[in-house]
Design a protein around this ligand. Structure first.
Ligand code: B12
Length: 221
């Protein structure tokens, strides 16, 4: 059934038909597909497919990308509220997009993946200042700060991860709070996370959960 749903959803997205896309998702739920499967096996692959087509100029327009993001955000929000409750939380992260960056979909997907992996996430939203990342981490007693950047200048810029690192050092928190980064620029340059002084990066939400669990272990030691 999953292939059939994915194909129908992709076509609806390609036609930027939000109503049809939502109907396909709801029908799939009624037919027994789990909210997790809908996010990870239908929505995420569809975004990746659109991103690849965009990169390779297969005819997908920016408007279609925008609609993919809009519909995916809508579906993801609804599905997240239906995710099976995890039995035990293993750690906590505050996560947002870096200052000046309004690309929020990747972050949303990461939060969904982390939720499924028993990591509690506090969504700080878009365009988050370095001070806010640190203040909120302290406020929520989070061990990890997650910074999502889709543009090179918001990843490398002086109001991104580098500044968060500086504030953590100034407040003597570098051993207690770790930083994980992610987003398109890190996928193109796997060493970029070191340049911006993060502790780690992850390519997608599933990997983010695994990397986070390692960071949590390091903090405990
Ligand atoms: C959709 C989109 C938009 C939408 C955003 C909608 C939304 N609500 O998010 C809109 C149309 C609004 C938009 C606007 C702009 N965009 Co735009 N956009 C894209 C596009 C096509 C796809 C991004 C996306 O949603 N990808 C899908 C998600 C799921 O992937 P992802 O974000 O990478 O997330 C995954 C991983 O990276 C990882 N991850 C993400 N975050 C995190 C965080 C952590 C902690 C971890 C561990 C992992 C992780 O896990 C995620 C799930 O698997 C990209 C091109 C591309 N192919 O990437 C351009 C792109 C990012 N945009 C770009 C640009 C330039 C802009 C604009 C400046 C355009 C303009 N002139 O106005 C504005 C900037 C607005 C701003 N200030 O932020 C450029 C950036 C270039 C650069 N090198 O800096 C790109 C690369 C397009 C291009 N080739 O030129 N954009």
């Amino acid at each position: 059934m999953i292939n059939e749903v994915r194909k129908a959803y992709n076509q609806a997205i390609f036609d930027t038909d939000k109503i049809l896309a939502m109907r396909i998702v709801h029908d799939a739920l009624d037919r027994g597909l789990s909210p997790e499967d809908i996010v990870f096996k239908v929505v995420v692959p569809s975004i990746e497919y659109m991103s690849t087509s965009f990169g390779q100029d297969f005819g997908a327009s920016l408007a279609q990308h925008f609609m993919t993001a809009q519909i995916a955000a809508l579906v993801t929000d609804e599905m997240l509220s239906k995710f099976t409750s995890p039995p035990e939380i293993v750690g906590k992260i505050v996560i947002g997009t870096s200052q000046g960056d309004f690309h929020g979909l990747g972050k949303k997907i990461v939060i969904g993946c982390l939720k499924a992996q028993m990591i509690e996430s506090v969504d700080l939203g878009l365009n988050v200042s370095p001070e806010k990342f640190v203040d909120e981490a302290i406020e929520h007693n989070a061990q990890i700060i997650g910074i999502s950047s889709m543009m090179l200048h918001t990843a490398r810029g002086e109001n991104g991860c580098l500044k968060v690192r500086q504030i953590l050092k100034e407040r003597n928190l570098a051993d207690k709070i770790k930083i994980i980064v992610g987003g398109a620029p890190y996928r193109y340059n796997h060493d970029l996370y070191k340049l911006v002084q993060a502790d780690a990066w992850a390519e997608n939400g599933i990997d983010a959960g695994l990397v986070l669990k390692k960071l949590l272990e390091e903090i405990k030691q």
